[in-house]
Design a protein around this ligand. Structure first.
Ligand code: NAD
Length: 272
């Protein structure tokens, strides 16, 4: 399954056994999506990574994941705010045994001031894209009698925070979509689940730290512990590799009967 058997690790085994599997991960040229791509590649899946850009570095990133894990990796440009491009991503991939809906953006403002274009963009990218990619991928999965849909939701798919109306609505929506997808595919060898991360230290989150340090007049460690992670009882970020490892588990045969579930990776946030 892995072209470079020498680089194969034990974690190569679970998702796929044989024959080899193909995974499409939306919004995966950075952050959590990239972490998921690495872990699925490490486990032996061929990978499609995606974003809306089409830069040399996007294709170079695909080549570097391929070289590191000894699998086939392609970069396919598609804008997840556009329904036809969501569906075209799956068609262009040609095979999709594992679909990870990860693309997402954030905007923070009170409801009365929330810009309509930001609301529409968040709903389109964080929620509707998963509807379109799933609709395009399910026929491929049904034809093979095996498939995995993993939706990257959030602790905000289970709980709320002020000023995040669009994000919280979209993430609750994707938890609901995951349950419906699970019911419609139950018994067909296909599962669908939502992973609900708490705070994960991605470039997006890292970029907020200097501003928070200024605003609160605190050092980096204090801002992280007291401001950013105040709702995460572990006071530790989750890592992209941990989210990727959770996706690999959901793709393993141990998870054959896990469907329509949410799995929190949030340091205890939603236990509060
Ligand atoms: P990120 O900004 O690092 O990654 C977002 C990815 O989505 C990028 O690859 C970006 O290029 C892509 N993307 C954005 N708009 C797109 C579009 N129109 N079309 C295609 N791709 C697009 O952020 P992240 O923190 O890695 O977030 C990834 C997912 O995880 C999101 O759904 C986010 O809501 C979720 N999440 C993140 C955290 C966290 O703390 N970082 C916590 C819970 C959930």
């Amino acid at each position: 399954m892995c072209a470079n058997a020498a680089k194969r690790t034990r974690s190569c085994q679970p998702p796929h056994q044989s024959p080899e599997k193909s995974a499409v991960i939306t919004g995966s040229n950075s952050g959590i999506g990239l972490g998921v791509a690495h872990e699925l590649a490490r486990a032996g899946a061929n990978i499609v990574i995606n974003s809306f850009t089409d830069r040399e570095e996007d294709h170079a990133l695909a080549a570097s994941i391929a070289a590191e894990h000894g699998v086939t990796v392609r970069y396919i440009q598609a804008d997840m705010s556009k329904p036809e491009q969501c569906r075209a991503l799956i068609e262009t991939a040609g095979a999709c045994d594992i679909l990870v809906n990860n693309a997402g953006i954030q905007y923070v403002a009170p409801i009365e001031e929330f810009p309509v274009d930001k609301w529409n963009a968040i709903l389109a990218i964080n929620l509707s894209s998963a509807f379109h990619t799933t609709a395009a991928a399910l026929p491929m999965m049904r034809a093979k009698g095996w498939g995995r849909v993993v939706n990257i939701a959030s602790a905000h798919g289970l709980t709320a925070s002020p000023y995040k109306s669009a994000y919280v609505a979209a993430k609750h929506g994707i938890v609901g979509l995951s349950k419906v997808t699970a019911l419609e595919t139950a018994g067909a060898g296909i599962t669908c689940n939502a992973v609900c991360p708490g705070y994960v230290l991605t470039p997006l989150v890292e970029a907020q730290i200097p501003d928070q340090m200024k605003t609160h007049n605190m050092d980096r460690e204090t801002v992280i512990r007291e401001v950013m992670l105040d709702r995460q009882p572990s006071r530790q970020f989750a890592t992209t590799a941990q989210i990727g490892g959770t996706v690999v588990f959901l793709c393993s045969s141990a998870a054959d009967q896990i469907t329509g579930s949410t799995i929190s990776v949030d340091g205890g946030w939603t236990a509060l």
